[in-house]
Ligand binder design. Structure first.
Ligand SMILES: [Zn+2]
Length: 298
């Protein structure tokens, strides 16, 4: 049967789906981000090559969020000495994405690769499961692209054979991951399965990722395997900032410092760097922040 190329249905936009190969120890995740990616780009106005790299980091955070069993947050962050100094994306188990890129973007002509943009850099993956201990793994960002760096991270930090492909364009950020879980059964069969599935996976192109539905991508690669694709979870851009968190941040700066700024500027404006939400604090708000709790009983 000839494979039919269908355009990606809207239902795959801004979603994350898990899949499993029957009778093997291999699992996978597939994600496509559209509005969530565009909403973030609309706020930040990055140069095109920075936006594309940011898209890959967002897709990575989305894919890796299935590692959070219940609630919590995963952060994918790179820091380097190149024009892009920091690129950071977060995803909560509630499928809320946010992220930011920092750096000096004045002179990026001709620069497009991971190394050209970030220079000598490290990649940190931080898992913060709710109520459990935070875990962070760090690897050098030395491979040709983020997908390969993440594969190295899984190999190094978790000893789990993993293949990842991320792709982005001006409208879409997408990714697919397959992973071999520790086997309790026949090791030889498990290795053969992984060889077969991972070599099929390698044939997936960026243009297929950016144009085909999840179902069609999986069918194109694995139509001879028994595979189960789970219900999609929707992903969205959502910031976790709040007035209360901003107050806590101000309090942590210390009374003297905050009072000084307040006297100097009259009004303290704190702008969330992720979503551009503004929080305003008048002199009166500021003095209330540092007042002891009102002892009245309500
Ligand atoms: Zn915010």
């Amino acid at each position: 049967m000839k494979f039919q190329y269908n355009t990606r249905p809207m239902t795959d936009n801004d979603s994350l789906q898990r899949f499993l190969f029957d009778d093997t120890d291999i699992r996978g995740d597939i994600t496509t981000l559209s509005s969530s990616y565009l909403d973030l780009l609309a706020l930040q106005k990055y140069p095109p090559q920075v936006a594309l790299l940011f898209g890959e980091f967002l897709a990575a955070a989305s894919l890796l969020s299935t590692r959070l069993k219940h609630t919590g947050m995963i952060t994918v962050q790179a820091r380097g000495n190149g024009p892009v100094s920091t690129i950071m994306t977060e995803c909560t188990q509630g499928n809320k994405l946010r992220g930011i890129v920092r750096g000096n973007f004045d002179n990026l002509d001709g620069l497009s690769t991971l190394q050209e943009l970030l220079g000598t850099a490290t990649l940190a993956i931080t898992l913060e499961p709710a109520g459990k201990e935070r875990y962070q793994g760090v690897v050098p960002l030395e491979e040709e692209n983020l997908s390969k760096c993440l594969e190295f991270y899984f190999y190094q930090s978790e000893q789990l054979p993993t293949r990842i492909k991320l792709a982005s364009n001006a409208e879409t950020a997408t990714g697919m991951l397959i992973q071999q879980l520790p086997t309790s059964g026949d090791r030889e069969k498990s290795q053969d399965d992984w060889q077969r599935v991972s070599s099929l996976f390698e044939t997936l192109s960026s243009s297929e990722q950016l144009t085909l539905s999840h179902n069609d991508q999986l069918y194109r690669l694995f139509h001879e395997q028994a595979l189960r694709l789970f219900e999609p979870q929707s992903m969205q851009f959502s910031c976790s900032c709040s007035r209360q968190r901003t107050e806590t941040a101000l309090i942590s700066l210390g009374q003297e410092e905050v009072m000084d700024i307040s006297e100097e500027q009259g009004l303290i404006m704190v702008t969330c760097e992720f979503c551009a939400q503004e929080y305003r604090f008048t002199a009166r708000d500021v003095s209330q922040l540092f007042e002891p709790e009102d002892p009245r009983i309500h």
